[in-house]
Design a protein around this ligand. Structure first.
Ligand code: HBI
Length: 366
């Protein structure tokens, strides 16, 4: 660890340790992959040095990535709230954090992006400070406990996407940091006149509620373009069996470039989360293309959408609510959607929020 405390003007040496559920670029890491990518890109642009620790099989080539082998961690959202913490043999998570332990003296700050118990528990065993970016709402009692404990023992070191996400956890010792999200707006092209189609983006997994969007497509008979990683094959097959006549088309897990080329031509993005969506990066990707967002009133999306201006928030789990909102889309000015992305979700705004958070941690713990 460097002795001189790096100020804002100096550059920091940062080590990002990412999620243990899949290689970067495979889509298994969901929204937090896009967050890691954008935060890393923006902090490097600001002159900081950054290495990324990620699972073997990561596909990104534009960063210094240390690929670590080991068995993937079970995804947290497939477990029960009262489940004990588990680690597989030859745990990738443990291997990633053993690497961080060995290399910690070369860094001013380590940033954890894993939604897992181990990195929080290990914090007191490290002498280099660790910032923890929590990427989902509360899912596990054991993880809640260690997050609350870490927030108490190491003030300033816990960050979330949104207040509604943070509110799902038990009382957190302030200060609590809300980093929101951000995207490279230059990658998203505004489209003023959409085709007669809707979009749904995300990991195809029960907590994302895809079946409701498919049902809305069947009712309105508006074609639904589905994009994202199939994380739960039986779930996906059941949807296709349950709605044989729905006008849906699955386009796969696409790159940002390919994804925005489809989304920009849609009348709206439908978001149907069954859980408290921590943020909903797909919402700002759609807005950046001028595409209004229709979402259940759960978590991040409800904080992103400006009701009636950039989209509609409908009662959770109400397919009729989705359909009613779809009928009102012509009242939205698509330029307002693009503008809201430019004002709140630029990479520059994101970089400033993360720099401020890291500066607070280094001031206290550096
Ligand atoms: N599950 N155990 C575990 N660890 C993670 O880091 C993790 C996860 N499930 C989903 C996930 N990360 C990301 O897709 C979300 O944070 C976006």
């Amino acid at each position: 660890m460097r002795t001189s405390l790096p100020s804002h003007s100096q550059s920091w040496k940062l080590l990002f340790v990412t999620t243990p559920v899949g290689g970067l670029g495979t889509g298994l890491g969901g929204g937090v992959e896009l967050s890691v990518y954008n935060i890393a890109k923006e902090l490097i642009r600001r002159g900081h040095h950054l290495d990324i620790v990620a699972p073997t099989g990561s596909l990104w080539d534009e960063f210094n990535i240390v690929q670590i082998p080991g068995n993937l961690q079970t995804i947290a959202q497939s477990q029960q709230r009262t489940d004990p913490i588990t680690l597989p043999a030859n745990s990738l998570l443990a291997n990633m954090w053993d690497y961080a332990r060995q290399q910690q003296d070369h860094y001013d700050l380590i940033v954890n992006f894993a939604y897992d118990w181990l990195p929080f528990y290990l914090t007191p065993f490290f002498h280099t400070p660790i910032a923890h970016f929590v990427s989902m709402g509360s899912l596990s009692d054991a993880l809640d406990q260690i997050i609350v404990q870490t927030a108490k023992k190491f003030p300033h070191t816990i960050g979330f996407y949104t207040p509604s996400q943070a509110a799902t956890f038990p009382e957190l010792t302030p200060p609590v940091y809300y980093l929101s999200s951000g995207i490279d707006l230059s990658l998203y092209e505004f489209c003023p006149h959409p085709k007669h189609q809707l979009a749904w983006l995300g990991r195809i997994s029960p907590e994302k509620g895809l079946e409701d969007a498919v049902q809305a497509a069947q009712i309105t008979q508006i074609p639904l373009k589905i994009m994202g990683k199939i994380q739960d094959q039986p779930y996906w097959e059941k949807i296709q069996q349950d709605y044989p006549n729905a006008p849906i088309e699955y386009l796969g897990f696409l790159s940002t470039q390919e994804l925005q080329a489809v989304v920009r031509e849609c009348q709206a993005l439908l978001m149907t989360p069954r859980w408290i969506e921590a943020f909903g990066n797909v919402a700002i990707e759609a807005l950046a293309c001028g595409v209004p967002v229709i979402s259940y009133s759960r978590g991040g999306p409800a904080e992103i959408i400006v009701e009636g201006k950039t989209g509609f928030i409908v009662p959770a789990d109400s397919v009729t609510g989705l359909v009613a909102a779809i009928q009102k889309l012509d009242t939205i000015d698509r330029k307002d959607c693009r503008q809201s992305a430019e004002q709140e979700f630029s990479l520059d705004a994101l970089g400033s929020r993360f720099e401020n958070w890291f500066a607070q941690i280094l001031q206290q713990w550096g």
